[in-house]
Ligand binder design. Structure first.
Ligand SMILES: Nc1ncnc2c1ncn2[C@@H]1O[C@H](COP(=O)(O)OP(=O)(O)OP(=O)(O)O)[C@@H](O)[C@H]1O
Ligand SMILES: [Mg+2]
Length: 503
């Protein structure tokens, strides 16, 4: 096969207690987008890292462009033409966009960095993604989506033969995904080989030419995308018949909020981010916040949890007015919150899975009523089981788990705390299809038991399936509310579009 760009053969990688890759073969052609698929913990990221010198492989060999290679660091891999955007974006928040793009390879003259050239280079790199932004702004000022684009621009900045994208789209909205696909296709047509990891099946079928499936660190197979149906793909990923996957039943429409109102936000807002709006959350009700990226979903969630302070309106809990000045106060009221950015706002990387799970519970009980180690083990064990968290032991440091499994740990932390209101901001981002179904089912059970939930997801399908009520946001304002039978993907889209026309 003359057009093979990269060949990996018999790759194995062992971590303490885990055989992450077991003799995996992988072949990438020139000028193709190749989707690498598998459940959380299947070994996708590890395969990428074994190629880029982040991890040393224990066995196997790698041939790029007919030459055997063995990069010892990501830097060496870059020099060989392997560009990578890792799942956990590692950019530096307090540097500018331009500095992040050029970091470590700034154009210099006699050892002095030429800032003009840095800026120009960064602008060019962003322009390749069709993005025109002020590259001198600080990265922390950019949305997560834009930060993701910066990471891609950075990877594209050098002369690449091979582009590895590990879940680059998990924080992008539909338009941004479409933009990224345009760029991917362009690069593919220039002869680059692209490896694309994602949990969004639509995207796999939208952009990839071929698919390789991994399961439990082993190769399952290599397929032409056009010849592998969705059900077959999912069945191969999970190793059983996907048509038998249990979904949470679509929750009964309306009527359910018979438990009465739990939380009511009245004309709650914050200047510059959220226009004043009413939101009513019933006991045992799942209320969705829908809208495009940047519509104010996360900002509203942060107001409800007291991360940001509202400067207009107020909140009532059980009919009594409350102050939401800080997350601590919110937690005391029985609120919980899983933020969208698990790396900076949630996970404590070097604590164990057990410690991460009991963190919120322990926080609520206070220092003096420590949970016994038996209680801790029991709780951690229960959630590892319920969410299918893949870890060799509860004592494993969370940073050693796969991305999707870290997300599950964060979810477990707040579920264990048994909040009365749980605010979930993109809880299933990076989580595989099987686990998504489990989480939906769990949400259904919790609501039966009376827990209220605010649910945010970019996947409209998921919002519609999970929520009894959907508050539609646009440009930081509430533009509609759908309830019971009215809740459908079309209705949400129409509500957004109607107000776009008016704007
Ligand atoms: N640094 C590490 N130390 C110990 N174990 C690790 C380390 N990195 C990965 N693992 C383990 O190797 C296995 C494969 O992980 P990997 O990150 O490759 O999964 P993945 O397919 O990328 O999953 P996801 O879809 O959740 O990102 C997992 O069981 C994970 O816990
Ligand atoms: Mg991964």
């Amino acid at each position: 096969m003359a057009d093979v760009l990269l060949e990996m053969r018999g790759i194995s990688k062992r971590f303490p207690g885990v055989l992450a890759l077991d003799g995996v073969d992988f072949r990438l052609r020139r000028g193709e987008v190749h989707a690498l698929m598998g459940e959380n913990g299947a070994g996708k990221s590890t395969l990428i890292k074994a190629l880029t010198g982040v991890h040393m492989r224990d066995e196997g060999k790698v041939v790029l462009d007919g030459v055997e290679i063995d990069p010892r660091s990501p830097r060496q891999a870059e020099e060989l033409g392997i560009s990578t955007v890792y799942q956990e974006v590692n950019l530096i928040a307090h540097l500018s966009v331009a500095e992040n793009i050029c970091l470590g390879r700034e154009p210099t003259v006699f050892g002095k960095i030429r800032w003009g050239a840095v800026k120009r280079r960064a602008e060019e790199a962003m322009a390749r993604l069709d993005l025109r932004v002020d590259v001198s702004q600080e990265l922390s000022q950019c949305s997560i989506a834009l930060q993701q684009m910066v990471a891609i621009a950075r990877a594209l900045d050098i002369r690449a033969k091979l582009l590895l994208l590990d879940e680059p789209t998990s924080s992008l909205d539909a338009n941004e995904v479409a933009e990224l696909f345009v760029v991917m296709r362009k690069l593919r047509d220039q002869g680059l080989g692209i490896v694309f990891i994602t949990h969004f099946l639509d995207q796999v079928y939208g952009v990839s030419d071929r698919i390789t499936v991994l399961r439990d660190g082993r190769l399952v197979g290599e397929y032409e995308t056009s010849k592998l149906g969705r059900m077959e793909l999912v069945s191969r990923m999970i190793g059983k018949d996907a048509s038998k996957l249990e979904r949470g039943e679509k929750r009964a429409a309306g009527g359910k909020a018979a438990g009465g109102v739990f939380v009511e936000a009245k004309q709650l807002g914050r200047r510059g981010s959220v226009s004043p709006m009413d939101i009513r959350i019933g006991k045992g009700e799942v209320v969705g916040l829908a809208g495009l990226l940047g519509s104010g979903r996360t900002e509203m969630a942060r107001l409800l949890f007291g991360v940001d302070k509202a400067d207009e309106g107020y909140v009532e809990v059980d009919g009594r007015m409350v102050t939401l000045g800080s997350p601590k106060q919110a937690i005391r009221l029985g609120f919980g919150f899983t933020p969208e950015n698990r790396k900076t706002e949630g996970i404590v990387p070097h604590l164990s899975v057990r410690e991460n799970i009991i963190l919120a519970m322990q926080g609520r009980r206070g220092m003096w009523r420590a949970l016994s180690s038996r209680e801790q083990m029991e709780i951690a064990g229960r959630f590892i089981e319920a969410l299918g968290i893949k870890t060799p032991s509860p004592e494993q440091a969370v940073c050693n788990l796969s991305g999707g499994n870290q997300q599950k740990v964060l979810l477990a932390r707040w579920l264990a705390n048994e909040p009365r209101l749980l605010i979930l901001d993109e809880p299933t981002r990076g989580i595989d299809v099987g686990a998504k179904a489990e989480i939906e089912k769990l949400i259904g059970q919790l609501c039966e038991a009376g827990m209220s939930i605010v649910f945010i997801s970019s996947e409209l399908e998921e919002v519609v399936r999970t929520c009894q009520k959907v508050v539609v946001l646009r440009d930081g304002a509430k533009v509609g509310e759908l309830e019971g039978e009215q809740v459908s993907e079309e209705a949400v889209m129409q509500t957004i579009a109607r107000h776009a026309d008016e704007a």
